[in-house]
Design a protein around this ligand. Structure first.
Ligand SMILES: *Cc1c(COP(=O)(O)O)cnc(C)c1O
Length: 233
């Protein structure tokens, strides 16, 4: 199957899931292009896609240079504080903020460029040892500290549920993230909005949409399997 066919298929399924969702929410598709070459990304761009997700700073900045400037790049991977400066003026949103320290660095770098960076807090919803993201119980305190930073805008939450979750398990994780988001929203904290739920990947984006997801991050479903043995840099 061609990337174009895959893309059309995913778009169609999203539209259908959106129409059937009890939340009547808008859903944005972020095409996760990590490990794939710019030529392949351009094929999807030509179909009208503008939101793309990358998880490595070096790869993102290289593709930023190679591809049209009206692409909206989403940083979805773990981000080291010392690398924030390389992407701050190149991305439209950072999905993976999981510490006050990282948020403070983003705030400081955004200030230098006179911009306000939209961010999401990554929650380790499955409470896995090895995963990034903060634990649910740490969320309220982090959110309160973030509300004081002027050059970030907290727009919502993101999660990556444990791999190999079956549909019901995945659904429960998505529901937990949505409940956390409602909980935060009800506190009415300054500078904190909870409009975005970034949840759902190739295997579970339809389930995620039925649980209120507003951003799905789909890689394999569009671009096919990733080959990590090929060095792209
Ligand atoms: C790679 C990645 C995705 C896409 O995963 P697929 O299963 O290929 O759709 C989504 N979100 C994050 C954070 C990723 O790193």
């Amino acid at each position: 199957m061609s990337v174009k066919t895959n893309y059309e298929e995913v778009r169609k399924k999203i539209e259908q899931a959106q129409a059937e969702s009890p939340f009547h929410q808008e859903v944005t598709l972020v095409a996760v292009s990590k490990t794939h070459p710019s030529e392949m990304i351009y094929e999807v761009y030509q179909e009208g896609q503008r939101d793309f997700g990358e998880n490595k700073v070096q790869e993102l900045t290289r593709k930023y240079e190679e591809l049209p400037k009206d692409i909206r790049w989403h940083m979805i991977g773990h981000l080291q504080t010392n690398k924030v400066k390389y992407i701050i003026d190149k991305v439209c949103m950072i999905h993976s903020v999981d510490s006050l320290k990282l948020a403070q660095v983003i705030d400081r770098e955004a200030k230098k460029h006179d911009l306000c960076m939209p961010i999401l807090i990554e929650v380790n919803i499955g409470e896995e040892e090895s995963k990034s993201g903060i634990r649910a119980e740490e969320l309220p305190e982090l959110i309160r500290s973030l509300s004081e930073l002027d050059h970030i805008r907290v727009l919502g939450l993101m999660c990556i549920p444990p791999v190999c979750s079956d549909e019901d398990t995945a659904r429960n994780y998505f529901r937990s993230l949505r409940n956390l988001s409602i909980d935060i929203k009800d506190r009415n904290i300054d500078n904190i909005q909870m409009e975005i739920l970034s949840m759902g990947m190739s295997d579970d984006y339809i389930t995620a949409i039925s649980e209120g997801s507003t951003i799905v991050r789909v890689g394999t479903g569009i671009f096919g399997m990733r080959d990590y043995t090929k060095t792209l840099l």
